[in-house]
Design a protein around this ligand. Structure first.
Ligand code: COA
Length: 260
């Protein structure tokens, strides 16, 4: 598949996927969602990729939601199928096995906010504005937003955002835990790259297992979550990375992890 609506590059082992429809504020039409799925899949399958960043093209928007022109043509059965497909794309991002960071360089609305929610970490530019404005169009979020937002920021705040359809600025998004941190306008990608490099330098199997422990564990009763954690802990102590990490500490040098 050739990409029309996104660009993809690998810098220092970090795949940078940029949604690239700036004249439409990077709105997600169906083709873009398919391209995103493909690009993320490639990043997941490529051993040279240690971390992934998703961002938007131009200074104004991360992603301003689903493409409303396309959305306006949606029919019930196709709408349900598309929602299930989009949920799957975002779930594949969430369980990619490598860290995925959203560099939110502007508006992250509707499907754009849902995309950011599926990423593991969100870094927002000072000019970013986030929200789920679907109710202003007479619909509800359909790419997992009702579920992920409530889990991330709590039911009360999530309902306030979803029911009002109002946007929050970057500072408020950080205050309510919707984004991890706010950086100077225009610096979201740089800061995301710096963090991605840090995480990419850690044990890859450990990073993968830690994501799995949190992702899966949060859906379980605590006792089952603890059991999952212990099981994964038992697994990571068998890895070469663990031997290398502990040896490097003793030898006072930087660990050279191989992801094995
Ligand atoms: N779908 C399709 N096109 C979109 C879009 C979307 N979600 N968001 C923005 N665009 C297009 C606009 O139609 C406009 O295109 P045009 O120049 O051909 O008319 C272009 O992107 C620039 O947007 P514009 O509205 O002129 O910018 P603005 O700075 O005045 O407003 C927003 C920015 C984000 C507040 C506004 O574009 C908006 O509300 N977008 C829709 C957000 C939304 O409801 N998303 C959820 C969908 S479920």
């Amino acid at each position: 598949m050739t990409f029309e609506n996104l660009t993809w590059e690998i810098r220092d082992g970090i795949a940078i996927i940029t949604i690239n429809r700036p004249d439409k504020l990077n709105a997600l039409n169906q083709r873009t969602v398919r391209e995103l799925d493909e690009a993320v899949g490639r990043a997941g399958a490529d051993d040279a990729v240690k971390a992934v960043i998703i961002t938007g093209s131009g200074p104004k928007a991360f992603v301003a939601g689903a493409d409303i022109n396309e959305l306006s043509e949606q029919t019930p059965i196709a709408g349900k199928d598309y929602s299930i497909y989009g949920q799957g794309v975002l779930s594949r991002i969430e369980s990619l096995g490598k860290v995925v960071i959203a560099a939110i360089n502007g508006f992250a609305l509707g499907g754009g906010c849902e995309l950011a929610l599926a990423c593991h970490i969100r870094i927002a530019s000072g000019n970013a504005r986030l929200g789920l404005p679907e109710v202003t169009l007479g619909i509800i979020p359909g790419f997992g937003g009702t579920q992920r937002l409530a889990r991330l920021i709590g039911k009360g705040k999530a309902l306030e955002l979803i029911l009002s359809g109002e946007m929050v600025d970057a500072a408020e998004a950080a205050r309510i835990g919707l984004v991890n941190r706010v950086v100077e306008a225009g610096r979201a990608l740089d800061e995301a790259e710096a963090l991605a490099r840090t995480i990419a330098s850690r044990g890859p199997v450990a990073v993968k297992m830690a994501i799995e422990a949190v992702n899966e564990g949060i859906e379980m009763p605590a006792e089952e979550g603890f059991f999952l954690e212990a099981t994964l802990f038992g697994l990571v102590v068998t890895t070469e990375d663990f031997k290398e990490g502990t040896r490097a500490f003793v030898e006072k040098r930087k660990a050279r992890f191989r992801g094995k």
